[in-house]
Write a new protein. Structure first.
Length: 351
């Protein structure tokens, strides 16, 4: 097996608080992991007394409705317009999904897609058709003349709810074409290329084979997508990973592939919401354009965001993630796979 899942353990020992009956030393184990592709470090660390509690979003939903720029009565008046070379009408519209340039761009090409006319969709209300329409709009944008240049990455991202960095409650995705997609994807792409040079094999193909054999993080494979949890997750309650075998970019996906992805994602959001997750980040990571046989397969990471301590609105982004670039998980990826497996397998009829 050329893929390595590196684990090490550390034990912390302390004396119990004075009020405890037993005064024997307490031993707590921390697990250190390395991502099998990039070698990036992450850890599983126990968090005393942690349990997921569903955050109440009703105040944010109510206070943001009146002036929301993405609601149907305002969206075509207050959002910027695309040039005629991209869309004759100034926007790309797919049923209820509307794509327009980002007022505050991140790069040369930077757009926003509203998912629906509804100001608020609870995670359970995000249905496959919302996602398919938005992704079709993203595809139209990314394949319009001049949007994605050679060697650009066509990124699709999502900050769902303020806890995940959203500046609007109204559900919306971001789509960006750039040759500088951020350190993580640059590293993944470089490491995927090096892996193929070194072994003559594709990392992503081997990852799926190995994970399927090991089974502990594997959820299942459909006709166009494979579902699992990443060995080193970025969310404190672990991430969901979706890989599109053989695909390099979102633009290359058929409608059937988009529908399968949307079906699974919608089911996953529902399962996570039942577990108490009502905020998340999502990124769809492509290979750069112009690659015939890319070493990196298109993949998506769904990363739940939670309040550590809802009572004081405590964020889950601590100094570990923010300044030390060391994600830590209080729930293991193996546990998350266990939680999602039955529901996702039933929703997608996965093999
Ligand atoms: Zn709205």
């Amino acid at each position: 097996m050329s893929i390595r899942f590196s684990r090490q353990w550390r034990t912390a020992t302390y004396l119990p608080p004075l009020g405890e009956v037993s005064q024997r030393p307490v031993r707590m184990r921390v697990e250190l992991r390395r991502d099998p592709l990039t070698g990036r470090s992450g850890r599983l660390a126990h968090f005393q007394g942690f349990r997921l509690r569903r955050a109440d979003l009703s105040a944010e939903v109510a206070s943001s409705r009146q002036h929301c720029p993405f609601c149907p009565e305002r969206v075509l008046l207050v959002t910027p317009r695309l040039g005629p070379e991209v869309a004759a009408s100034g926007r790309i519209v797919e049923q209820d999904a509307v794509l327009f340039p980002n007022l505050s761009p991140y790069d040369r090409r930077s757009a926003v897609i509203t998912l629906s006319g509804a100001h608020f969709l609870a995670p359970e209300d995000i249905r496959p058709h919302h996602l398919v329409n938005a992704l079709l709009a993203a595809q139209r944008y990314l394949t319009a003349p001049g949007v994605v240049r050679r060697a650009d990455f066509g990124l699709v991202t999502w900050n769902y709810m303020p806890l995940a960095g959203a500046t609007q409650v109204h559900p919306h995705l971001q789509v960006i074409a750039t040759d500088r997609p951020g350190t993580l994807l640059e590293e993944e792409f470089r490491a995927s290329r090096n892996y193929r040079r070194r072994t003559g094999r594709l990392f992503w193909e081997e990852l799926l084979e190995t994970e399927r054999q090991l089974g502990e993080r594997w959820i299942g494979a459909g006709r166009h997508t494979s579902w699992l949890t990443p060995f080193v997750s970025r969310s404190v309650v672990s991430d969901l990973l979706v890989v599109f075998p053989g695909q390099g970019s979102l633009s290359g996906l058929t409608q059937a592939a988009l529908e399968e992805f949307a079906e699974g994602l919608s089911a996953a959001l529902q399962l996570l919401a039942e577990d108490g997750v009502v905020s998340f980040n999502l990124a769809i990571y492509p290979a750069p354009s112009g690659q015939v046989d890319p070493p990196l397969w298109l993949h998506a990471r769904l990363s739940p965001r939670i309040h550590f301590n809802p009572q004081i609105g405590g964020s889950d982004a601590t100094v570990w993630q923010h300044l030390l670039d060391e994600p830590f998980m209080v729930r293991s990826p193996e546990r998350l796979a266990e939680l999602l497996r039955p529901g996702l397998r039933a929703a997608l009829t996965l093999a």
